[in-house]
Design a protein. Structure first.
Length: 615
C-alpha cells in the first residue's frame, strides 16, 4: 500500500486545484500552537477562569477543541495552501479573505444558509469582520489618527508589514476583527451589531478604527464583510473561562498585532488603586457631601446649553442630508435622547454661588455611547472609565451612583466628515462662552500639549475674562498598546490630575474669602500692578518649565462680576495661583511636585523612541 494513501485533505475546506498533497498538518500545527501559547504567556494578567494557558492539559484541551482550525494528524496540505499558511503567519495583512478560505473554514454572512440543526440555546461562536483598503488609504488613516492625537502601536506593525512586503500605494491590505456571537442569532444580527462590539473586553482599537472610517474613509467602511469561523462553538456546559481562552487564541492565530482586537488589560484598576494615596494625602474639599450640595446648574446656563445643542442637531441634520454614501445615515442622527445625554454631561456640575469651579473638556464621544445616548457616568468606553476612576478617588465618591457627573466632560459628537471639524470647533467655543469660567487652549481643539506644560496651571485671558487652564494628558494616550508606555502614561495622568485638583481646591478656597478678593482687585487696579493680557504658566519648581504665552481670543460676553458689578475673575485667578505657590512649599506640596516631575520624566523616556506616539 502506498504510505501516502492514509493521508487526506481536510474535508471541511474547499477542494484545491492542486490534488497533490505535500506537507502533513502536524508540521504546520505544532509551529503555530507553540507560537500562540508562547505569545499568551506574555500576558500574565489574562483571566481564563479555571484554565491556565501554560498548563499542558489546557493546551491539549484547546488543540482538541480547535481541531477544525488546526488539525493534528492524518491531513495534508497542497503547495497552494502551504503558501497561504506561510503568508498568514508572516504577514496577515496581505492575505485576502479568498485566500484565507483555502485554509480556514468560514461562512460568508452574505451567503449564509439556515443551519440544518438548530444551535443549542446560549451556544456561542466566533466571527470575523474584515475591511480592505489600499496602502494609500492606510496612509490617510494614519494621518487622520495623528491629527486626532489617537495613534496606536498597531499602526507601526501594519506600516512595517507594508514596508517589508514592498507594497505599492494601490496594493490592498485586509484589516480584521475577531468577535464573539450567539449562535442562535447567526446570521441575522451580526452586521447591525458592529457598534455594540466596541464594548467587548477584547474590542481593542475597533472604536477608533470605525470612527476614522466614518470620518475620512467611507469607501473603506463600505467594504466590510462578515464571516463565521465554522465549527468553533462553546456552550454554558463548558468550564468557566474556556470561551475567553478560545477568543484570545483566535486573536493570536490571526496575529494580535495585525487585528483590531487587543487582549483585555486587567491591570488598569490595580495600578490606580495602588497609587490612590496620592489624592488621599492632599485632603481636598471635593468630597461626597460638598458635591451633593453643589451640583445645581444656574437655569440660564442650562437654557443656553440647550439652545447650543439644538444648533448642533440642526447642523448635523444638514451635514447628514448631504452625505451621498449612505454610510453615516442613521448612525449620526442627533435625536432628543442623544441631545439630552450630551447636555447632561456638558453642564459644569460643581458650582459655588453660580460659579463653575471646573470644566473637563474632550474632543469626541465614544461611538456606541453616542449611538445609545448614554451619559458619561454609564460609559463603557475605556477612556471615559479612566476619567471616571480618577474622579471616584475623591473619598470613595461613587460616580456611577450619581445621577449627574461632578464635573462636565464635554464631548463633541462624532462628526460625519473631518471637514466638519472647523464647525465643531466653533461649537466648542460657543460652549466655552456659556459655561464660564472657560477652559481650553485658545486654538484648535487638537492642539499639541507637551509634557512640560501638561498638568501645570496656565493663567489665560480671553477678552476680559481670566481663567486658569490646566492641559491634561488625553486618556486615549494611555492606550497606545505597549505596556511600558501605557503604564507611564497612566501614572503621569494620575499625578497631573491630582495637581489639577489642588488648583481647583485653591479656587474654591478663594471664593470663600470675598474680602481677600476685594483687596486683590484693589491691588490689581494700582498703576504699578504687574497684571497683563498675556497668558502665564506656573510649573512645579522641580520641572523647571519655561513660561508660555498665547494670543487671546475676542469674547463678546460679559465676564463674571463681583457683587458690586466689577470683573473679579483676574483677582480670583491671581489669589488661587498665590495659594498654589504657597502649597508647593509645604511637605505635601513638595512630595506632589516630585511625583509629577518623576512621572513626566519616565513618560518622556519611554516614549522617546516610540514611533507615532504623540507626547
Amino acid at each position: 500500500m502506498n504510505p501516502r494513501s492514509i493521508l487526506r485533505r481536510p474535508s471541511w475546506l474547499p477542494r484545491t486545484s492542486d490534488d497533490t498533497y505535500y506537507v502533513g498538518s502536524n508540521a504546520i500545527a505544532d509551529g503555530i500552537w507553540d507560537k500562540i501559547f508562547n505569545n499568551l504567556s506574555k500576558y500574565p494578567g489574562l483571566d481564563f477562569g479555571l484554565f491556565d494557558a501554560g498548563d499542558p492539559d489546557t493546551k491539549a484541551n484547546i488543540r482538541q477543541r480547535l481541531t477544525y482550525l488546526l488539525p493534528d494528524s492524518n491531513y495534508q496540505y497542497s503547495h497552494d495552501q502551504i503558501a497561504v499558511w506561510e503568508s498568514l503567519m508572516a504577514s496577515p495583512l496581505t492575505v485576502s479573505n479568498e485566500k484565507l478560505q483555502k485554509v480556514v473554514a468560514m461562512e460568508d454572512l452574505c451567503h449564509a444558509s439556515v443551519p440544518e440543526n438548530v444551535p443549542a440555546p446560549e451556544s456561542q461562536g466566533f466571527f470575523m469582520y474584515s475591511w480592505t483598503m489600499t496602502v494609500f488609504e492606510f496612509d490617510v488613516l494614519v494621518e487622520y489618527l495623528k491629527k486626532e492625537e489617537r495613534t496606536v502601536h498597531e499602526l507601526v506593525a501594519w506600516d512595517d508589514s507594508i514596508a517589508d512586503n514592498k507594497l505599492k500605494l494601490d496594493d490592498q491590505i485586509t484589516i480584521r476583527y475577531i468577535g464573539s456571537c450567539s449562535m442562535p442569532e447567526w446570521p441575522n444580527k451580526l452586521m447591525a451589531n458592529i457598534y455594540d462590539e466596541t464594548e467587548d473586553a477584547r474590542s481593542g482599537i475597533l472604536a477608533e478604527f470605525l470612527k476614522a472610517l466614518l470620518c475620512v474613509l467611507p469607501d473603506v467602511a463600505a467594504t466590510r464583510r462578515c464571516h463565521l469561523i465554522q465549527y468553533i462553538i462553546t456552550s454554558p456546559e463548558d468550564d468557566e473561562g474556556l470561551h475567553e481562552l478560545v477568543h484570545s487564541v483566535l486573536i493570536e492565530f490571526f496575529g494580535a498585532s495585525f487585528v483590531l482586537n487587543r487582549h483585555p488589560d486587567n491591570k488598569v484598576s490595580e495600578l490606580f488603586t495602588e497609587r490612590r494615596s496620592i489624592l488621599a494625602s492632599l485632603d481636598l474639599g471635593f468630597d461626597n457631601s460638598a458635591l451633593e450640595q453643589g451640583l445645581g446648574c444656574p437655569a440660564h446656563v442650562a437654557a443656553k446649553l440647550q439652545d447650543h445643542f439644538k444648533s448642533m442637531e440642526d447642523y448635523l441634520h444638514v451635514a447628514q442630508s448631504s452625505d451621498a454614501t449612505g454610510i453615516n445615515r442613521g448612525m449620526f442622527q442627533l435625536n432628543e435622547a442623544k441631545c439630552a445625554a450630551l447636555l447632561g454631561q456638558s453642564i459644569p456640575r460643581y458650582y459655588k454661588r453660580a460659579r463653575a469651579i471646573m470644566i473637563f473638556t474632550a474632543r469626541s464621544m465614544h461611538i456606541n455611547d453616542y449611538r445609545h445616548g448614554r451619559p458619561f457616568s454609564c460609559s463603557h468606553d475605556p477612556d471615559n472609565q479612566l476619567v471616571g476612576q480618577l474622579l471616584s478617588d475623591f473619598k470613595d465618591l461613587n460616580l456611577r451612583a450619581m445621577c449627574a457627573e461632578p464635573f462636565a466632560y464635554y464631548c463633541l459628537a462624532p462628526w460625519p466628515s473631518h471637514g466638519s471639524l472647523e464647525k465643531a470647533i466653533e461649537f466648542m467655543w460657543d460652549y466655552f462662552k456659556i459655561v464660564k469660567p472657560k477652559s481650553g487652549y485658545p486654538g484648535l481643539c487638537t492642539t499639541e500639549v507637551y509634557l512640560d506644560e501638561a498638568g501645570q496651571p496656565i493663567q489665560r485671558r480671553i477678552g476680559s475674562h481670566n481663567f486658569i487652564h490646566v492641559p491634561l494628558l488625553d486618556p486615549s494616550r494611555c492606550r497606545y498598546g505597549k505596556e511600558s508606555v501605557d503604564e507611564a502614561a497612566r501614572n503621569f495622568m494620575q499625578t497631573s490630575f491630582a495637581n489639577t485638583m489642588v488648583i481647583a481646591d485653591k479656587v474654591m478656597e478663594v471664593l470663600d474669602d470675598l474680602e481677600a478678593i476685594e483687596q486683590e482687585m484693589a491691588r490689581l487696579d494700582e498703576p504699578d500692578s504687574s497684571s497683563s493680557n498675556e497668558d502665564t504658566m506656573l510649573s512645579v519648581p522641580s520641572q523647571g518649565s519655561s513660561s508660555s504665552s498665547s494670543a487671546g481670543r475676542s469674547d463678546p460676553d460679559p465676564a463674571p462680576a463681583a457683587p458690586n458689578g466689577r470683573n473679579n475673575s483676574e483677582a480670583i485667578c491671581s489669589l488661587a495661583m498665590q495659594l498654589y505657590e504657597e502649597f508647593l512649599t509645604t511637605d505635601v506640596g513638595e512630595a506632589l511636585c516630585a511625583e509629577v516631575y518623576d512621572d513626566a520624566r519616565v513618560l518622556s523616556e519611554v516614549v522617546e523612541k516610540e514611533a507615532l506616539f504623540i507626547p
